[in-house]
Design a binder for this molecule. Sequence first.
Ligand SMILES: Cc1cc2nc3c(=O)[nH]c(=O)nc-3n(C[C@H](O)[C@H](O)[C@H](O)COP(=O)(O)O)c2cc1C
Length: 203
Amino acid sequence: MSEIDAVIDLMRRRYACHAFRPGVAIAEEDLQAVLEAGRLAPSSFGLEPWRFLVVRNPARLPELQDACFGQPQAVTCSALVVILASVADMDPDSATLRTRLAREHADDFAAGLAAYRQFHAATDTRAWANAQCMLAAMQMMLAATACGVDSCALGGFDENRIGALLGIDLKCEAVALLLALGRCAQGPGDKRRVPLAQLTEYR
Ligand SMILES: Cc1cc2nc3c(=O)[nH]c(=O)nc-3n(C[C@H](O)[C@H](O)[C@H](O)COP(=O)(O)O)c2cc1C
């Protein structure tokens, strides 16, 4: 199979799993591969505005399921990766921001920081960081498929409750997405997608 066929095949095979087989552990190397795929995601200014919190303790899952409006994936999964968007760390005056920006603007840090400061003042940092977390999530889901691990992105959650349960300071970080991982109890459904011709316009 050519490389592009392999990539498209992976995308076709990934599907949102709505119920996992409980009690099936995910191999440590698979979990690490999924997290590494997230780490490698691209980010605006190369700032990597994310953090991954892995919940593997099954005793913690029922309360998290509750905070996900009772969705079964959240309690049947083998691991729940909580993708946190770094909001406070993206402040132009934060130490993290300056360290990371310096990697991209080694030659002229002052000019890079001035440009970033302007951008930051005009941007909804929370939404901007959240959007980038989705890129990390997508890479993680594809990596999971490649490892034979099923996944479900969970955007349906009460952020305040997740924050309280996991001790996340929501003034500093946002809960971007939960990623449930495990072995699916059901097979894939049909891939329902709008035909490309309806989505694409060439000028
Ligand atoms: C940002 C985002 C949030 C999602 N949230 C949920 C969710 O809370 N619960 C759920 O069952 N599926 C959720 N999904 C999965 C979608 O429902 C699913 O990807 C879509 O129906 C297409 O199906 P497929 O992924 O199997 O191709 C989410 C997907 C994305 C991208």
